[in-house]
Design a protein around this ligand. Structure first.
Ligand SMILES: [Fe+2]
Length: 528
């Protein structure tokens, strides 16, 4: 047998002995309490699933579901089976039985809850791409000597921590002209299998798009919605999560902006307002690492919306450094953030993507350090976030001591970290706690006069009743884009009629701000 024949024989042998399905993933695209997308590569197949563990005996499972869509990109095929109608807060076991008669290993996952009383804990992180190399030598800073090693450490930590889900903020692989993108994605998908626990638990992911992904890559690899921006309602209004697409201009991409605006405003101030609103996206609005870039479009068109609609946490990525901030607001000039005078008016920003990607230095240091940045540093990590109605607890897990970190053996929702996980522990403390905005609003309303605004559908004027005489207050009107369109100061008055000018129209929000920082809001519709 000559060498070529031997190689061919080995290739055919190794191909036929390989699992016929591979590279498994779970993604969210609808209600995480009742649905999930199972993705895989390789053969066509059918998912067999149920609430009882039947091992690899696929015929014993009570449910089966075929392929809803086959996608893929960069030479990689992905099959997607969209499971719906699942029971909330339940463990489902499944196997994939493929067209060649092989059965995958037995996996399981847990659906999220439909009860906002139930806690949830998740991992937020991104930027897993390899460093750029020339002739096998890295030209970017991969301190361990191999960036992919650190990404794998992070993936192994996922399996040990057992989060309820993962919010992944983009930049999976290099995908550049000089790189082998098919091989990079194969390696990425293969490495992702390290997130699966030894007993087969696989974790759903809210995938987002980064700047290293071509348009539709994330849709094609994981079956997120076609527009590559979407929202998830976690535990029936415990958290409304917005997965945004920073490859679209925040201002001029009208579809994403109007969707975001309408969705954020649809419940703000109403009894069905979610307890928390969070946003995740790839490019930071103001990068603390890399070259310190300000994304002007995001600062102008997203940040005012976040602030007006009480988004309390934003998860960013891309610059390959790490930060967490105090509650911050856009400054008057719109060229920076500043510390919020009232914490509940501000947004906490965390990031910026260091799941193994090449290390970069903190850009704003010394005298140019940003006062609203609580801490910043450079090390491989992701964030672990625990949420209940009252508090959001954020900690940052370093990719250190990975092999010794204890396995969490608990599959309940809202489970905490292993006790010996290595936390980022700067001098300001190893965590950030945000208190519930809805609770603080309720306290305000009990303490304060209940203001009223009428009529709520008007063409020219409306009246604000403060409930008692106020010494000083401001009445601010924000348009449907979250921009301030009219403002009046009121003093020594119990009632004020506002004459509308042409700047405000459509669905608008009246914010009544009192001297002591308390705020009440009302939704009105201004006709033409
Ligand atoms: Fe990036």
């Amino acid at each position: 047998m000559n060498q070529l024949l031997l190689l061919s024989f080995l290739f055919v042998f190794s191909s036929s002995s390989k699992a016929a399905t591979e590279y498994y993933s779970l993604a969210y695209r609808n209600d995480p309490a009742t649905s999930v997308v199972i993705g895989w590569s390789g053969d066509l197949g059918t998912v067999h699933y149920g609430l009882v563990d039947q091992g690899t005996n696929y015929t014993a499972y009570t449910n089966s579901h075929g392929i809803d869509r086959t996608g893929g990109a960069h030479g990689i095929t992905r099959h997607f089976s969209r499971l719906t109608g699942l029971a909330p807060n339940s463990i489902y076991y499944f196997v994939i039985y493929d067209q060649s008669g092989q059965t995958s290993q037995r996996f399981y996952f847990r659906t999220l809850s439909n009860d906002s009383n139930d806690p949830v804990s998740f991992i937020s992180g991104g930027d897993t791409r390899d460093g750029f190399s020339l002739f096998g030598i890295y030209t970017e800073n991969c301190p361990s000597g191999n960036c992919l090693e650190k990404r794998r450490d992070g993936n192994k930590l996922v399996a040990k921590i057992r989060p309820d889900f993962i919010a992944f903020t983009g930049d999976y692989v290099m995908n550049q002209i000089t790189s082998n993108t098919t091989a990079e994605w194969s390696t990425w998908l293969n490495d992702w299998q390290l997130t699966i626990t030894p007993d087969g638990r696989i974790f759903p992911v809210a995938f987002s798009r980064g700047n290293h992904e071509d348009i539709f890559d994330v849709h094609e690899m994981f079956d997120i919605p076609f527009d590559e921006y979407y929202t998830l309602n976690i535990h029936n209004d415990l958290i409304k999560m917005y997965m945004l697409n920073t490859e679209l201009d925040a201002c001029t991409d009208a579809a994403q902006l109007s969707w975001l605006t309408n969705d954020l405003q649809s419940n703000t101030g109403s009894p069905s307002d979610p307890y928390w609103k969070f946003a995740t996206y790839h490019s930071p609005t103001l990068a603390i690492g890399k070259d310190g870039t300000l994304e002007v479009d995001q600062m102008n068109c997203w940040i005012p919306l976040f602030q007006q609609n009480k988004v309390r946490l934003v998860m960013e990525s891309d610059s390959h450094t790490t930060k967490w901030t105090l509650p911050a607001v856009r400054n008057a000039a719109g060229d920076d953030f500043e510390i919020a005078a009232q914490p509940e008016d501000g947004v906490v920003y965390i990031g910026e993507g260091q799941w193994g990607a090449p290390h970069r230095d903190v850009y704003y240091t010394g005298s140019s350090a940003k006062p609203y940045v609580k801490d910043a540093g450079t090390f491989d990590n992701f964030f672990f976030i625990e949420v209940n109605r009252d508090t959001t607890l954020i900690r940052c897990v370093k990719f250190e001591n990975v092999n010794s970190v204890l396995d969490i053996q608990n599959d309940e929702l809202g489970t905490g970290l292993p006790s010996n996980a290595v936390l980022w522990n700067p001098s300001n403390g190893d965590n950030i706690i945000i208190t519930n905005p809805t609770a603080s609003i309720a306290i305000k309303e009990n303490q304060k006069l209940a203001t009223s605004v009428y009529p709520t559908n008007t063409k020219s004027t409306f009246t604000v009743e403060f409930g008692q005489t106020v010494s000083n207050a401001a009445v601010e009107i924000y348009n449907s884009l979250g921009k301030l369109c009219q403002k009046h100061n009121v003093s020594n008055s119990a009632k004020q009629t506002i004459v509308l000018d042409e700047n405000c129209s459509g669905v608008s929000y009246v914010y009544i701000k009192f001297e002591d920082g308390l705020v009440e809001s009302h939704r009105i519709i201004i006709g033409n």
